[in-house]
Design a protein around this ligand. Structure first.
Ligand code: G1P
Length: 288
């Protein structure tokens, strides 16, 4: 299996981040100075993918405008000799190849993924949800792709979560494993804590095979009345081996207010141009 395409689902209503997401899609909200969508695209590119399909709500192609040249801005930066910034702005236009895919109605994550069926065709593909932002020694998606290619099978990202967090996620049932790779035997979307098969939650990175589209096309509405990707994955697991990979690294829930702040602080403390000032500020804050 060779993965060359990625689907990024950026079609949510962003209700958890209102009013910030009223006019601009939440995927444009920044991690410090970089829109979340760019952070996700950079992860895809660093994982060897340059062919990117972005599922958007009708009219919300502004998410993709970020990757188009900004001719006047670039000319002005050049005129003013701000060459380093110019270089970083220009780089964004060339890092990958983008195609917008519209989801006419917000009928669920599974339905959003199904909209990419025609553009993906009969190939395996990566699926990335920009609510999950990763800071990993090797890109999270690269870790999954390696596992998927080595096992010639679809793979989902897994993270062990606190019991109280279980109802927020798809939770998997696995065969015992001594490594980061788990064979999945079941999964359930947003279970009650006492009904959950484990504390391993699916995070928003997947390597999928095209059979998923048939399963999504026939899926009945599940949790929350939406077409759920997790239900189609469960059906996939009945047909072929499906794995989970407990990735190495940190994940931020960028759609959650505290997760959003944590991402700013976490990434800020790793930025050479910001870390010292930010650390000093946090120390004063905690001391007071
Ligand atoms: C979606 C998936 C869920 C997964 C989560 C990861 O849920 O349906 O299985 O655990 O992403 O972030 P959502 O966050 O869209 O409710």
């Amino acid at each position: 299996m060779i993965v060359t395409k990625a689907v990024i689902v950026a079609a949510g209503l962003g209700t958890r981040m209102l009013p910030a997401s009223k006019v601009i899609p939440k995927e444009i909200l920044p991690v410090i100075d970089t829109p979340a969508i760019q952070v996700v695209v950079e992860e895809a590119v660093a994982s060897g993918i340059r062919d990117i399909y972005v599922v958007v709500a009708p009219g919300r192609t502004i998410v993709l405008d970020h990757f188009k040249p900004a001719i006047e801005l670039e000319a002005m930066l050049e005129e003013r000799g701000k060459l380093e910034i110019l270089e970083s702005v220009r780089r964004i236009n060339t890092i990958a190849q983008f195609t917008a895919v519209e989801q006419a109605k917000p009928l669920g994550l599974g339905h959003a993924v199904l909209q990419a069926r025609d553009v993906i065709g009969a190939e395996p593909f990566a699926l990335m949800l920009p609510d999950d932002i990763f800071d990993c020694p090797r890109p999270c998606l690269a870790q999954l792709i390696e596992a998927a290619e080595a096992n010639d099978a679809p793979v989902v990202a897994l993270l062990q979560v606190a019991r109280s967090e279980i109802p927020k996620y798809g939770i998997v049932e696995t065969k015992p494993s001594r490594s980061r790779l788990y064979e999945l035997t079941g999964m359930v979307e947003k279970p009650a804590i006492d009904k959950a098969p484990s504390d391993l939650a699916i995070m928003g990175r997947y390597v999928l095979t095209p059979e998923i589209f048939d399963l999504l096309a026939t899926a009945k509405p599940g949790a929350g009345g939406e077409i759920q990707l997790t239900d189609a994955l469960m059906a996939l697991a009945r047909r072929r081996k499906l794995y989970g990979y407990r990735f190495e690294g940190v994940r931020y829930d960028f759609g959650d207010k505290v997760g959003f702040i944590a991402a700013q602080v976490g990434f800020g403390l790793k930025r050479p141009d910001l870390a010292d000032r930010l650390r000093a500020y946090l120390q004063t804050l905690l001391a007071s």
